[in-house]
Write a protein that binds this ligand. Sequence first.
Ligand code: FAD
Length: 138
Amino acid sequence: MRLVRLVYYSHASREMSLSDLKSILDVARRNNQAQGICGMLSYEQQYFLQALEGERSAVNELYLDIAEDPRHDEITIISYEEIAEPFFKQWKMGYAGGSAEFTKLLQSMGQTEFLPDTMTPQQAFKFLQHLTGNQAEL
Ligand code: FAD
């Protein structure tokens, strides 16, 4: 079995409420559990940044579905790589959004705003890795 990690960012078609985010996460967690996919989603300033990890064809298919979702656009892959082991395996889909820790983390990366389109693949993954410790209840 080939495992991959795909990281992308996108721009929400409108400002997302907590209930919008919860409905994305509820479906994501249910579907991902069934497909053996895990990952981390973050949302702030109308940008999404998400990592998807799992079996290669399952991740590819899910990404194509997500890319068709009208709730966002400008979907751009930041990185796609084969991995030996999933980093986010504890989370069917973890979530973190704007919070004091989120802002502190951005500042530690020299950013004042959440602009995933300016992140390198290494920065995007590191950011999502750090966010696993600062998750919001959703
Ligand atoms: P349903 O949830 O019943 O959706 C059926 C169709 O309706 C889909 O085409 C869906 O795109 C569309 N749809 C559903 N709700 C809305 C809405 N409120 N407004 C407009 N269209 C809507 N899914 C996962 O399985 N795993 C993930 O990790 C994941 N991450 C996501 C991250 C982001 C940023 C977004 C925007 C969506 C994500 N999704 C994820 C949802 C994904 O795009 C599909 O909606 C979902 O996989 C379809 O699930 P379903 O087949 O159970 O159908």
